[in-house]
Design a protein around this ligand. Structure first.
Ligand code: ADP
Ligand code: ZN
Ligand code: ZN
Length: 739
């Protein structure tokens, strides 16, 4: 009998499959693609995914090893998800085994059984014996039996107390033979069709038009860009589309940005539907994640809501995908498998032949371009739903004005007037800490990270200097390390400093700071935000955490302290990011009936981008920005891949990239690939980070297909380069950050 070989994807950076001999005691038909297999690998054991079987192998017999165990009876991933992972691995030039690793819940990666938790259920034994003499002197047991009898599915062991049944009563009833226990898979619980728990809002005309457009077509693939200003009721449109999809027995996948997963967002879904909702985000533990994943795969969850990686959840009857805030950078993974969940979701929707809705008040230029060229249907909501109107933008030129902890005098006056009118204020400053640098007033020494080419931020509360790039911290020096002078001054302002100043300026008003430092504890964001709900005058000061998802109905003034960074950055996406941030922050204002104002304090108040954004809105800005991208040949009018390298010595990173450059040049020539440019290698804008020197080579192409013709052989070559062993390197396809 000929031998059977297993071709297995293993969690290794190597971009290839590994062959193993199938153990003969397992029947041949059990080796279905998608099952997990435990194999020996060097001195370790690894869990891999079977991709295919073969009757021949190139591995010499003396090197070939036996697989150790088959872990699944059924493939873990259905064929459609296998294909998606294979597609992603090829597109992002990543090892398939490691791609599976990013796609699977941790417990499955570790080889744990793909089985839902079991539940112990208690049932009253039939025929019911409430009058049994054994119960005459045991009223509590009798009561327990009565309650159990009312639940013909039984009551779960953990839920007994909820029904007023003590564990003692249950053991007594068991010994009297009046109840039985049953072990059930959680998933076996009966499926009730989802229903509305809360009435829907009647859609306004724009919402209705958007709903109808998507509804009319909901049996096949089509991508919709729902571009609705903040507060225009995009979520209401999603909810009604979800209701419609659930009614046909299908499941819905909703992706949301990392930072949006406040209870506020979830509540809207859980309050609306009596449906089973599975959550997949960074705050669920490994067991909960596996349960949610299994419930999605078996079709027992109706709605799956999660961040980026939830995109990889297998769904039995997927009928609709929604990507909320599609422009958000957290959809792009910045390590390992550098995928973009929005882009992969589009691939998934296309292969599943279902509609996909991308929603945003500030669509990415990529998506807008796709809408303008007809690949996406563009649906616009131009007005706020309900009573609220759009906030008014004011540009405040502070070129000749002194800044007091980041705030000019006219701005302070506006804040005061707003508070006096009984309203709330939101101050946005995208910089945490007290000051971005500490400086010696005598010799000019500045606090510098020893591991990075970056300044150390002064955090006053902890009296510490911190590097925001590598996490290095040190105590604030008492005197200048260079000249011993004691006059060290914080220069510039972060949220801590602005908070301190606001408290002094407005001693009778609560000032709430919201940034990563103040919200690091789980749930503290909501605790922090609770005074805002009371509606009394207060000031919120915070970073971009404030820009997302939250509703602050009583905020009528939004002050943006420092928007200038986006106007002269070397990153070609900086102005797009800045515009999105300004519009999103502005969108927090005046969401109820009071008119909102947004003051943009800037040294560059006449900058054409700021003028356009504040006077004509995001779409006008985006059209202008797109035409600039077209003129300069930048994405979405070209396609990029960024090869990064870092090493302990700058020469090593350079050496690797020089090698990469020559190989790429040869490949372009050999394969007759046209229209791909190699830009670099150059040192990265922040050359040293966490003690390593960084450099990069940018590949820019007119056509995605030509770029990928180069990337695949390039990566295969790079893997085997001697210089690759001396550097750490990675390839980022469609990078969103060029640094
Ligand atoms: P978006 O998701 O576009 O930011 P939301 O869906 O959060 O907007 O809606 C903003 C506010 O408007 C919410 O308080 C919501 O309840 C309300 N709203 C949405 N649609 C309607 C409608 N058709 N009629 C009345 N109020 C609505
Ligand atoms: Zn000094
Ligand atoms: Zn550092």
């Amino acid at each position: 009998m000929s031998e059977l070989y297993l071709r297995i994807a293993l969690p290794s950076p190597l971009r290839r499959l590994f062959d193993y001999r199938a153990p003969t005691q397992v029947s041949v038909s059990a080796w279905q693609p998608g099952v997990r297999v435990r194999v020996p690998f060097g001195r370790r054991e690894l869990v891999g995914i079977l991709v295919e079987t073969a009757s021949t192998t190139n591995v010499p017999t003396n090197k070939l090893k036996d697989a150790l165990a088959l872990l699944d009876e059924q493939p873990l991933l259905p064929p459609s998800m296998m294909r998606l992972c294979i597609w992603a691995a090829q597109y992002y030039q990543h090892s398939l085994g490691d791609t599976f690793n990013w796609a699977l819940p941790a417990l499955l990666r570790q080889g744990k059984p793909a089985q839902a938790r079991q539940q112990k259920m208690w049932l009253a034994k039939l025929p019911l014996q409430l009058d049994n003499p054994l119960l005459t002197r045991a009223p509590r047991q009798r009561h327990a039996l009565q309650v159990l009898a009312q639940h013909n599915q039984g009551i779960a062991h953990e839920r007994l107390e909820h029904f007023g049944i003590s564990k003692d009563s249950i053991s007594a009833l068991l010994s009297k033979g009046l109840v039985t226990e049953q072990i059930r898979q959680l998933q076996d619980l009966p499926h009730k069709p989802p229903s509305l728990a809360q009435p829907e809002l009647p859609l306004n005309d724009e919402q209705q038009a958007a709903f109808n457009a998507i509804h009319a077509n909901n049996q096949e693939y089509k991508a919709y860009l729902l571009a609705g200003v903040t507060g225009s009721g995009k979520t209401e449109v999603y909810l009604q589309l979800i209701r419609e999809t659930l009614a046909t027995g299908k499941q819905v996948l909703v992706l949301i940005p990392e930072i949006n997963l406040g209870p506020q967002t979830l509540e809207r879904f859980t309050k609306r539907f009596n449906a089973r909702i599975a959550l997949l985000h960074s705050n669920v533990n490994d067991r909960e994640r596996l349960e949610a994943w299994l419930a999605a795969r078996s079709g027992h969850a109706d709605i799956i809501i999660g961040t980026r990686s939830a995109l990889f959840t297998p769904l039995k009857r997927l009928g609709l995908i929604i990507i909320d805030e599609e422009h958000d950078a957290s959809y792009k993974q910045q390590e390992g498998l550098r995928y973009h969940a929005r882009d992969l979701a589009l691939v998934r929707a296309r292969t599943a032949n279902i509609p996909i809705v991308l929603g945003s008040a500030t669509p990415s230029l990529e998506s807008l371009y796709n809408a303008y060229n007809g690949r996406f249907a563009l649906l616009r909501l131009t007005k706020r739903a309900g009573a609220a109107s759009q906030p008014k933008f004011i540009r405040l030129d502070v070129r000749s004005l002194p800044l007091d902890s980041g705030m000019s005098a006219p701005l302070q006056k506006e804040i005061r007037q707003t508070l006096e009118a009984g309203q709330q204020v939101l101050v946005f400053l995208n910089r945490r800490g007290f000051a971005p640098v500490l400086m010696c007033n005598d010799c000019g020494w500045m606090s510098q990270c020893s591991e990075c080419d970056a300044r150390l931020t002064f955090h006053q509360r902890d009296n510490e200097l911190r590097c925001h790039h590598c996490g290095h911290t040190e105590a604030r020096p008492h005197q200048c390390p260079s000249c011993n002078n004691v006059d060290l001054r914080p220069i510039g302002a972060g949220t801590e400093r602005a908070e301190e100043r606001l408290r002094i300026l407005f001693p009778d008003t609560p000032v709430l700071r919201i940034d990563r430092d103040s919200t690091s504890r789980k749930g503290s964001m909501d605790t922090l935000l609770s005074p805002i709900g009371s509606g009394q005058p207060c000031i919120m000061i915070g970073t971009q955490m404030l820009a997302k998802g939250h509703h602050f109905p009583r905020v009528t003034l939004v002050a943006i302290l420092n928007a200038d960074g986006g106007l002269f950055s070397a990153d070609f996406r900086a102005s797009e990011k800045m515009a999105q941030l300004i519009v999103q922050v502005a969108g927090r204002a005046g969401r109820a009936s009071d008119l909102g104002r947004v003051i943009i304090q800037s040294q560059l108040a006449d900058h054409p981008l700021l003028v356009q954004l504040s006077e004509q809105g995001y779409f006008a800005f985006a059209e202008q920005a797109l035409s600039e991208r077209r003129a300069t040949g930048l994405p979405p009018f070209s396609h990029l891949a960024l090869l990064r390298a870092d090493a302990l010595k700058a020469e090593l990173a350079d050496l690797f990239l020089e090698d990469a450059y020559s190989i790429a040049e040869q490949l372009l020539d050999q394969l007759k690939i046209e229209g791909v440019e190699l830009l670099g290698p150059i040192t990265s804008p922040m050359e040293r980070r966490a003690g390593r020197y960084r450099a990069q080579l940018l590949l820019q192409a007119n056509s995605r297909a030509q770029l990928h013709r180069l990337l695949t052989p390039l990566c295969n070559n790079l893997e085997n380069l001697p210089s690759a062993r001396l550097s750490r390197w990675s390839l980022d396809v469609d990078p969103i950050d060029l640094f």
